[in-house]
Design a protein around this ligand. Structure first.
Ligand code: BEZ
Ligand code: FE
Length: 292
């Protein structure tokens, strides 16, 4: 293998895998080499540009910490995360669609009863009463499903983004189990659209692309029940201005709901609320676990 040129170097690299066993890893590496080489050839990539690319990726790595994953953010904002999610969870139209997980879920959030909990814990925002029903695609209720719910406050911050945060003083996140009717309800705050973190390489990339960093207002849900494909999804507000330009490409029609605004008064949980408040009803429809 010598005197390699632009025309035969790709094949030479592929030939270097001659001793690699067949299998999934080999398939992925072969495709990666083919696509990387095609990318360099089709763009006529220069040395200076590739150095910039390497520096960009290095800086992306440096931005990562225990609580910050800039590579996932990069994947999210390039649409790769949602593509992989979509092709990993093909579901019938009657099931709720899978969306990106996002970086702000925390395992082990406080467990609260199926109904009546207030998960606000001091977070900023107008009250919002959320009602969800978990069912099969045939409409049968799914009792005792474990539901994680998490969201940002009205300023767009998750509790984990505040210094000194710990699970003991979690806010706007909880775990609930559905009742016999497959339902749950919780008091939280009305979510607002918010920007993803832009103080890293992803922020620079979005700026270069002339893209905004906004996600439409949403609440995250994860629903787990043995026998069903775990549902990771969002419920988005149907009036949000960013529904059609979500920076991470996560909006699905089956994940949009109405957040109804009400005047101050008696709330659905029987308490008196002195400010305007919202109610939101949503269906979370599970598909059976894929057998393939
Ligand atoms: C989120 O909605 O929490 C999120 C998802 C992907 C990237 C950044 C944030
Ligand atoms: Fe979010």
């Amino acid at each position: 293998m010598r005197d390699l040129n632009e025309g035969n170097i790709t094949q030479a690299v592929l030939s270097s895998l001659a001793n690699m066993p067949e299998g999934r890893l080999r398939t992925i590496i072969v495709k990666l080499i083919q696509h990387l080489h095609a990318f360099a050839q089709e763009t006529g990539l220069t040395e200076e540009e590739w150095k910039y690319g390497i520096d960009f990726l290095t800086e992306t790595g440096h931005k990562c910490t225990e609580t910050r994953q800039e590579f996932i953010l990069l994947s999210d904002t390039l649409g790769l995360s949602q593509l992989v999610v979509a092709q990993s969870h093909r579901r019938p139209d009657s099931a709720t669609e899978q969306t990106v997980f996002g970086p702000f879920h925390v395992p082990g959030a406080p467990e609260v009863p199926p109904h009546g909990a207030d998960i606000t814990n001091g977070a900023a925002g107008e009250p919002c009463f959320v009602f969800a029903r978990v069912s099969t695609t045939g409409g049968e209720p799914i009792a005792d499903a474990l539901v994680d719910v998490w969201q940002a406050d009205s300023d767009g911050y998750y509790d984990v983004q505040f210094a000194g945060w710990d699970l003991e003083n979690a806010s706007l996140r909880a775990r609930l189990r559905t009742d016999d009717k497959g339902t749950l309800s919780v008091r939280t705050v009305y979510p607002r659209s918010y920007p993803i973190p832009t103080d890293g390489t992803v922020g620079l990339m979005l700026e270069a692309m002339h893209r905004h960093p906004m996600r439409p207002a949403h609440i995250h849900f994860m629903v787990q029940k043995p026998g069903f494909d775990t549902l990771v999804t969002h419920v988005f507000s149907d009036t949000d201005e960013y529904l059609d330009s979500d920076v991470v490409f996560g909006v699905r029609s089956s994940c949009i709901a109405q957040f109804l605004r009400h005047k101050a008064g008696i709330a659905p949980d029987g308490t008196t609320v002195n400010t305007a408040f919202y109610t939101m009803h949503c269906n979370l429809v599970l598909d059976t676990t894929p057998t393939a």
